[in-house]
Write a protein that binds this ligand. Sequence first.
Ligand SMILES: Cc1ncc(COP(=O)(O)O)c(C=O)c1O
Length: 394
Amino acid sequence: MPGFATRAIKAASRVPAAPQAPVNVPIYQTSTFEVGSALELAELLEFARPGHSYSRYSNPTHAALEEALADLDGAEACHATASGMAAIHGVVMSFLRTGDELIIPRAVYGGVVGLSRTLLARAGITVTAADTTDPAIVAEAMGDRSRLVWLETISNPTTAMADIAAICEFAHERGVAVAVDSTFASPYLSKPLALGADAVVHSTTKYIGGHSDLTGGAILGSAAVVAAAREIVINAGGNAAPLEAFLALRGLKTLALRMDRHSANALAVAQALQGAPGVDSVRYPGLASHPQHTLALQTLRDGMAGGMLALELSGGRRAGERFLDLLQVAVHATSLGSVETLCSHPASSSHRQLSDAELAEAGLTPGMIRVSIGLEDPEDLVADLANAAAGAAT
Ligand SMILES: Cc1ncc(COP(=O)(O)O)c(C=O)c1O
């Protein structure tokens, strides 16, 4: 009879048979999977047969999230990653080689700027920023070495929008691929693949998770596009964690309800704060004053514009910093897309890499506040944000 230690390990590793399917996807908290032969393991590592070998490659909980996201985004395939940045890195590095050019929006999530200045610069990839709100400017920016155009459905933090369908059309005519970060819109409000995009990424940390309690990302596209990006993610170690995949699955179940409420709350706040004391302007695609309001109505679900807005405060950088100290309902924290309202000051957080001149170039002002509107009662949010804006101006 084997000794106690051997029996304990064997006994504690028995996976129960579950004749009744659990209502929720189990968290497969295992780094590795027992295989029947060397050939089986070799084939699993090559994705040449269904199943799982090692959780840096795949795991049943990741697979459940990938299938759900592919279904909701209308994609052939999906790969879940450790973060939105791991997804962005995987897509960018799978499309580009040394000497190629990447075109990014003038106003883009700061992590993309960070990636451009570190890894892409060292890899000899040129990064060109263009005003992607105007397809003609993007067309003009494209050169012989352009291989990929990077877009955001709704830009972080300026809420600028790009005409994805128009840009895809002429990019494809020139053999240039288009990838879209659709984190701000989520699969509920926008379907960039249906508009022609070759790849979509989400930071599932945001609306898909929805509760500020996970870090994750996802890559979506054709089987070939996702397989190429997955190879980069696996080799760079950017895989998702099983618990995070479970939390993202739980978040997906209420995504539609939350996006409806985020959008309704954000519109109420945006309308109330337009012209309020201390507020120079409000940027929100749901407002008629937004430069891409018509595009928002045409391309986002039922004219909803999501939960992100940007406030331009009258008092510049100092007002931006004071505003955050005056909040009582909203929370001063980076990140977005959660049940609670989160405010941040891009000039000192997500876009801290940029000088004032570069901020202006990116369409940001030093006094801009990014607001991720949560699910609280809208009147409480209006009162809190209006109070902070008026106080910050004094
Ligand atoms: C639009 C957008 N894309 C990607 C990311 C990166 O996501 P993560 O923090 O999960 O790496 C962020 C993070 O704020 C974001 O706002």
